[in-house]
Design a protein around this ligand. Structure first.
Ligand code: HEM
Length: 420
């Protein structure tokens, strides 16, 4: 039975939907064979979860770059897709965020916060990133050299982006760890597989993070510092029309929740790629361009964000890959599938930093292009060569601990040791 038929008759035959298949083995362990079938047999797949899944690179690219044809879905429609989240404040924050908004609101919000993420601002963080990377690598090296097996995910991959986003926002040192563990819990509200108690836990996590942000906003209002929260508070206080109180809070939630799990996965995947194919270490010993090529290929080969968080709706009757899409249809973009499309990337399953041609869609494209792309690239480009240089015999000490497969394909743990 084809994937298309299996979805159409799913209700009667209880065939698992593609999104369900992605949540369980074997696809949760390796989604790429399923993505290949999706691209080949059903490039516009009508999922039972209420959206059509778009998997070919050309189609995903088209939707991303034609926002007027595929705007973000209205909030009321979101409720149909994630009924388990409705009524929970965490859900409200996640669905009204930057990525879910349309122009002119999106243009205004992006204009306010985008200046903090320009090349110049991000490059200004280089010294801080370097200092942090040196410290994390030195600590890791000391533990490994004493014979310990170490969880690289918890000791390097998470702390690297966590401290950087915290520095940017102005989150004090002693609060970072506590607040970081709240994010996976919050994400449960938009995870279709999350059970009710996990969704309830999201509310508690939201309240804890919310109280912290309220206190931080108050503190920066009284005593501005050199950080993003102080800048945003002054915009808010200076011109009430430009950034409302709830928008400010939502922006902080967005940056906090988008800011480290994604990058941590990129770092984990890079270490995994090197452990599997040590030859690629030479890219990290090369110049900036080679290091950047390695980073970009890591993000293409196994993207952290497998399904784009923004849910779009067809504004008019249209067609993708010869399939009709009526106006009002919701679409979800399968970035993991698009990243392995042989039409865009010859021999797509091969990890090859030497690829040229089509740029990856790992950070999206168009008006919602990832705000943190520059920061992520900077962190990975500074950290990975240092890791390789200090620990050339770094090896896996067990199979990677995967957490989820969609929408993020991330890790719980990545145990490493020194080989020899
Ligand atoms: C490996 C790391 C990352 C990956 C793969 C990634 C991926 C993405 C993707 C695919 C989108 C587009 C979503 C869509 O169009 O539906 C996006 C948007 C976004 N990302 Fe990232 N991201 C990463 C890191 C970060 C970081 C570190 C931050 C924060 C500093 C961040 C903040 C955002 C924001 C705010 C948006 C929404 C932008 C808008 O709607 O205008 N991301 N990201």
């Amino acid at each position: 039975m084809s994937l298309q038929e299996s979805s159409e008759t799913a209700a009667e035959q209880r065939q698992p939907d593609v999104l369900e298949q992605l949540m369980f083995p074997p696809a949760s362990l390796d989604p790429y064979p399923l993505y290949r079938r999706l691209r080949e047999e059903s490039p516009v797949y009508p999922s039972r979860f209420g959206a059509h899944l778009i998997s070919r690179h050309a189609d995903v690219n088209h939707v991303l770059k034609h926002h007027e044809l595929f705007p973000g879905v209205p909030e009321e429609d979101m409720a149909r897709m994630f009924p388990q989240g409705v009524g929970h404040e965490a859900y409200q924050v996640l669905v009204t965020s930057l990525v879910g908004s349309n122009p002119p609101k999106h243009t205004r919000l992006r204009g306010l916060v985008g200046s903090e993420f320009t090349f110049r601002r991000v490059d200004g963080l280089r010294a801080g990133v370097t200092e942090l990377a040196d410290r994390l690598v030195a600590d890791l090296a000391e533990r490994l050299r004493s014979g310990e097996t170490v969880d690289l995910h918890r000791s390097v991959s998470i702390p690297m982006p966590l401290h950087m986003i915290s520095d940017l926002l102005g989150v004090p040192q002693d609060e970072r760890q506590r607040l970081s563990v709240l994010v996976p819990a919050m994400m449960n509200v938009v995870d279709p597989a999350a059970p009710p108690d996990a969704v309830a836990a999201a509310d508690a996590a939201f309240r804890e993070l919310g109280s912290f942000f309220d206190a931080l906003i108050e503190e920066r209002r009284r005593r501005p510092a050199d950080d993003l929260v102080s800048d945003l508070v002054s915009v808010h206080d200076g011109d009430m029309d430009r950034l409302a109180e709830d928008e400010l809070r939502t922006l902080l939630f967005t940056l906090w929740s988008a800011g480290f799990e994604t990058t941590a996965t990129g770092i984990d995947n890079a270490v995994l790629a090197l452990a599997e194919q040590p030859d690629h270490r030479r890219w990290l010993a090369g110049d900036d361009k080679q290091v950047r090529a390695f980073v970009d290929e890591t993000l293409r080969h196994d993207p952290s964000v497998q399904v784009a968080p923004g849910i779009r709706v067809a504004a008019q009757d249209t067609e993708l890959s010869g399939c009709k899409i009526p106006a009002g249809t919701h679409v979800r973009l399968m970035l993991g599938a698009a990243s392995r499309d042989p039409e865009a990337y010859p021999d797509p399953d091969r990890f090859d930093p030497g690829r040229t041609g089509t740029p990856a869609l790992s950070f999206g494209a168009g008006i919602h292009y990832c705000l943190g792309a520059g920061l992520t690239r900077l962190e990975m480009s500074v950290l990975l060569p240092r890791l390789h240089q200090a620990l050339p015999t770094l090896a896996l000490a067990g199979p990677p601990g995967r957490r989820r497969s969609v929408p993020l394909r991330d890790f719980d743990s990545l145990l490493v040791r020194l080989d020899g």
